[in-house]
Design a protein around this ligand. Structure first.
Ligand code: FES
Ligand SMILES: [Fe+2]
Length: 451
């Protein structure tokens, strides 16, 4: 089914059966904590949450919390969120802006660089009345494309080297120019890797997400396999699934794409397979007026949906107009549970001037999201945290596609934990899953970075 696999690793990925143990075992969970979560770059958050000095957010991973802070020098630094007096967790809110970080217990106070600035009754500390060398403990921190990464290892390769060719391939997509519009976290009853696996193949799309046949061609995708366990898939968009007969008229999704670009769906009656190219051409034509920077993108990128999975747990699904950041984080103690974040970003078009008439009289663009507000007028949405059941019973919505995935994952975990199942049995169309697990195994069998 997969049209093309491009392997950047020079080591052929071979499909194997691997045991289900990694999804249910506490021992493996502990090994992962040492080798994966404390040994690789992890996507912690967005630079847009760190615009002015004093801005901070707290990233929770396993049993740790990492405080990420914008310093007065304008740099971004990350620390364990732990007061060096008696170990109280320092910052208790998820994000905000703080003049300094003051511990709630005995008021030890740290600046944005993590330096200890004030200690009540300092002269009573006979061990060292100057309380020196008691700064917050730093962790590696770097950012790329609007995304902040941390690394808990003592020593690490640079983020640039870790990402390798992925960074070059994604160069046109400036996620930092997109605006955060929704921030959700759902508690799932499954191992974090079951979520990564779910976003590691398109094999299930025809069956679990039948609605996708109106918008993407999952038969002619390009799969990319990178060093360090990263993978990518590029799916032709603004088209239909060739597994089914090509419709006479554009589908509802294609029609709304065409309308949003000022094109008439009726002009494509009997020419549904021409729409992808027409969308590419039209985006280039309207580029200057809308400020969408379409000139940066290749023709394929203008119409297609790309999804890149950055090892271990950051899944980016994007077009020039939007990006979903999907991120399963392991539960601190239970291998059969995780927290799954979905962060939605949108690129807003510059112009809303009706006199400009870019798209035709009275036309507004849903696809291009014309902006009615400047970025500074937009309020950052709070993180909405909810349960798996709230998604199942329709109280919470993560979009049809993600709702369908989430609804399924609890059953996958229960099935894998059953005596009736031993090993995962993958097809060639699931090669990205194999590639991810091969790298996971490689990391688990390396010496742990911490003693
Ligand atoms: S534990 Fe933070 S000031 Fe005492
Ligand atoms: Fe899915």
């Amino acid at each position: 089914m997969t049209a093309k696999v491009v392997d950047y690793t020079q080591s052929q990925t071979t499909i194997t059966n691997y045991s289900k143990t990694r999804y249910i075992s506490s021992d493996i969970m502990d090994q992962e904590w040492n080798s994966i979560w404390q040994g690789t770059w992890l996507l912690a958050g967005l630079t847009s949450d760190l615009e002015t000095p004093g801005d901070y957010f707290v990233f929770s991973i396993g049993t740790e919390q990492i405080l990420v802070s914008k310093t007065s020098k304008g740099t971004i630094e990350a620390f364990y969120n732990v007061c060096q007096h008696r170990g109280n967790q320092l910052v208790t809110s998820r994000r905000g802006n703080a003049k300094s970080f003051r511990c709630a217990y005995h008021a030890w106070t740290y600046d944005h660089d993590g330096n200890l600035k004030s200690v009540p009754s300092k002269d009573r500390f006979k061990l060292d009345p100057h309380c020196e060398n008691l700064a917050l403990r730093k962790v590696h921190c770097a950012y790329w494309n609007g995304l902040v990464f941390i690394n808990l290892a003592e020593q690490t390769e640079t983020l640039e080297s870790y990402l390798g060719p992925v960074a070059d391939l994604l160069e046109a997509y400036h996620f930092e120019e997109m605006t955060l519009v929704q921030d959700q976290t759902v508690h799932l009853d499954c191992n974090w890797k079951a979520v990564v696996d779910n976003f590691g193949e398109l094999y299930h799309v025809d069956f679990l997400h039948p609605q996708h046949k109106r918008m993407v061609d999952c038969r002619n995708d390009i799969v990319r396999l990178f060093k360090n366990g990263h993978t990518g898939v590029e799916v032709p968009g603004a088209t239909v699934n060739p597994r089914y007969p090509v419709p006479e008229h554009p589908t509802d999704i294609q029609s709304s794409q065409l309308n949003s670009l000022g094109l008439n769906p009726d002009d494509f009656k009997g020419r549904v397979l021409d729409i992808r190219q027409a969308v590419q051409k039209q985006k280039k034509l309207i580029d200057t007026d809308l400020g969408m920077n379409y000139h940066r993108f290749s023709d394929d990128q203008l119409s297609d949906v790309w999804q890149y999975n950055l090892f271990p747990n950051a899944i980016l699904s994007f077009t020039p107009e939007h990006c979903w950041i999907l991120r399963p984080r392991p539960h601190p103690t239970d291998p059969q549970r995780c927290e799954f974040d979905k962060i939605s970003l949108v690129k807003f078009a510059n112009s809303t001037d009706p006199n400009k008439d870019i798209l035709g009289p009275g036309k507004t663009s849903a696809l291009l999201n014309p902006s009615d507000k400047t970025n500074s007028e937009r309020k950052r949405p709070e993180t909405d945290v909810f349960t798996y059941d709230q998604v199942i019973n329709g109280e919470k919505d993560m979009t049809d596609t993600i709702n369908q995935d989430v609804a399924l994952l609890g059953g996958v975990q229960k099935g894998m934990a059953s005596k009736g199942f031993d090993k995962v049995f993958l097809s060639d169309d699931e090669v990205r899953i194999q590639h991810f697990h091969d790298h996971l195994d490689l990391q688990l069998h390396k010496d742990p970075p911490h003693e």
